[in-house]
Design a protein around this ligand. Structure first.
Ligand code: C2E
Ligand code: CA
Ligand code: CA
Ligand code: CA
Length: 275
């Protein structure tokens, strides 16, 4: 309240200086957090809906601000982008995720999120490939998840990165499919291995006829393009059953397993409780 009052009295310039100061302080906090390894990774199972077996895990970043207390990535990833520390953060998270992946059976894959800004960086593909080499992780264990905003920030740079990654044998998933402006044209302009239907479509698709039709169409579109499809945000048994019936390949959501500090393989439940 004191700060707001001061801004009102002193006007625009001091408010801007306050922002710069806040940014600088935050940047130094963030650097300390990087140095003290306060960033960790949680893992959420990706389940094959035909076999009900876990086929991979998505790595989800966490900032442990105090023991057991985590700040969500929706808050700190955009800030890390703003202060230019996404490359450092991503490398730290990626190394942790690779180490964890080495503990899993060889057919289990790692899905790793890459910020749009970083996807347009020509150093990304070579550094991912060299870290995997160094750790002894085969390229076919990795899937990179990107959102379409990366694809029109700098289409040529994105295309370069995606080609390098795919040539090395790394798979590419188009995340949050359907939420952007041009999801369909991105399907024509770029080559993907997987589409991830955004949670917002899964949330209500059992109760909303239009959403139901959209989800059906995305699944059949993916099928006809020869691209795998994942549904995220599955929380209820009736969502799961319908997605299985529609031929959705992979499922992810609290019903199948929550993100956890160690990979927990999905347990096939014998009795499905309908709601
Ligand atoms: P996303 O890639 O769409 O990841 C899925 C988000 O949905 C995760 O949130 C996950 O915890 C949450 N989720 C999964 N199943 C359910 C469910 O059944 N119900 C509900 N309510 N939520 C579910 P989270 O971990 O908070 O991550 C949010 C976003 O932050 C991610 O969305 C991703 O865009 C970004 N993110 C996370 N980790 C990284 C990272 O290492 N690098 C980058 N660049 N972005 C990351
Ligand atoms: Ca993702
Ligand atoms: Ca997603
Ligand atoms: Ca999402």
């Amino acid at each position: 309240a004191k700060k707001a009052g001061r801004e009102k009295v002193m006007g625009f310039i001091p408010a801007m200086q306050d922002n710069l100061l806040a940014t600088a302080l935050f940047r130094s906090d963030f650097k300390k957090a990087l140095a003290s390894k306060a960033f960790t990774v949680h893992y959420q199972p990706l389940v094959d809906l035909r076999t009900s077996k876990t086929v991979g895990f998505e790595a989800l970043a966490r900032w442990e601000v105090s023991p057991g207390k985590f700040t969500p990535p929706s808050l700190f990833i955009p800030l890390a982008e703003d202060i230019g520390l996404i490359p450092e953060l991503t490398e730290q998270l990626f190394r942790l995720a690779c180490l964890e992946t080495l503990n899993w059976p060889a057919q289990i894959t790692l899905s790793f999120n890459i910020s749009p800004i970083l996807l347009c960086n020509k150093l990304l593909a070579p550094s991912i490939i060299s870290i995997m080499d160094e750790m002894g992780l085969a390229a076919d264990r990795l899937e990179i998840e990107i959102t379409e905003s990366a694809l029109f920030q700098d289409a040529n740079a994105a295309r370069y990165t995606l080609k390098k990654l795919r040539d090395a044998g790394i798979k590419i998933a188009l995340d949050d499919f359907g939420t952007g402006y041009s999801s369909l044209s991105q399907l024509c302009n770029f080559q993907f291995d997987k589409l991830k239907i955004d949670k917002s479509f899964i949330d209500t698709f059992r109760d909303n006829e239009k959403q139901d039709k959209i989800v059906r169409s995305i699944i059949s579109l993916a099928g006809s393009l020869g691209v795998k499809v994942t549904a995220e945000g599955i929380e209820y048994a009736n969502q799961l059953e319908l997605l299985k019936d529609l031929g959705c390949d992979i499922g992810q959501g609290y019903l199948l397993g929550r993100p956890a500090a160690k990979a927990i393989f999905h347990q096939v439940t014998s009795s499905i409780i309908y709601n």
